[in-house]
Design a binder for this molecule. Structure first.
Ligand code: NI
Length: 252
């Protein structure tokens, strides 16, 4: 269930039975020649929503702009500085913790967010620790980060469907998920794309990224994306995440 679609009294009633909440997080950034700018935000949000339905859990509003500084040489990309994103994540958590939530299960759609999310968790743990209650550095809250594509079953399906052709950015799999979710927004003309860039790995700033990956993707073959694969990955990821969420919510 979506926090947005509940009344305050319904949220209060939910807290009687659970203090765990799902928080989707993504990014608004270029996703290669046929991927939507919202790919990471949409995958994070919709897979989190499906996870919440399966686990009968509240899903908070999505953090839909992430850390995408290296994509800013492509028009339409948006970014928060890491330091800003840390504050956003903390205030998302603190707002909900204020009401009694203490288990925060982040469903992430963007690899570039991972470092910053973990940094925010670290600050939260320190600031939320129960000083003076005998617990020392024992935090009142727990946060968990899960990238939707990294569960063992989901990852195995990605390998079976696309192998190494999935690449690292604007992946076949994430483009497939958005094609399944938004069939009216499948972009054509993919045959015009050239072979994947042979360059992998590091870059410095946004201009360097664009010079190394001129059409935006890294090592992927997104013209192989298809809605059938997207449906399978979406369902698998939500199943897997719901199971993980349930375990996390029950943890002491
Ligand atoms: Ni992505």
């Amino acid at each position: 269930m979506l926090l947005h679609m509940m009344t305050w009294a319904e949220v209060e009633a939910y807290l009687e039975r659970s203090t765990a909440v799902i928080v989707p997080i993504g990014s608004t950034e270029q996703h290669g020649p046929n991927g939507l700018v919202g790919t990471d935000a949409l995958c994070g949000e919709y897979i989190a929503k499906a996870t919440g339905e399966r686990a009968d859990a509240i899903v908070a509003p999505v953090i839909n702009v992430g850390m995408a500084q290296h994509h800013m040489a492509f028009t339409g990309s948006m970014t928060l500085k890491p330091s800003t994103l840390i504050l956003v994540i903390k205030e998302w958590v603190e707002s909900l913790a204020h009401h009694g939530f203490d288990r925060f299960f982040f469903v992430n759609g963007h690899g570039g967010n991972i470092t910053t999310i973990n940094a925010a968790f670290q600050e939260l743990y320190t600031e939320q620790s129960r000083e003076g209650t005998g617990g020392g550095n024992r935090p009142d809250i727990a946060c968990e980060l899960r990238n939707w594509w990294q569960g063992p079953k989901t990852n195995a399906a990605i390998r079976r469907l696309f192998g190494n052709r999935d690449g690292m950015h604007a992946t076949n799999s994430e483009i497939s998920v958005t094609q399944y979710l938004f069939p009216d927004h499948v972009k054509a003309g993919t045959e015009a794309m050239g072979p994947p860039s042979g360059v992998r790995g590091g870059w410095t700033d946004a201009a360097d990224y664009r010079a190394k990956f001129p059409d935006g993707r890294i090592g992927s073959h997104p013209w192989e994306a298809n809605p059938e694969a997207g449906k399978e990955l979406y369902e698998l990821a939500a199943d897997e995440l719901a199971e993980l969420f349930t375990g996390f919510a029950a943890r002491e």
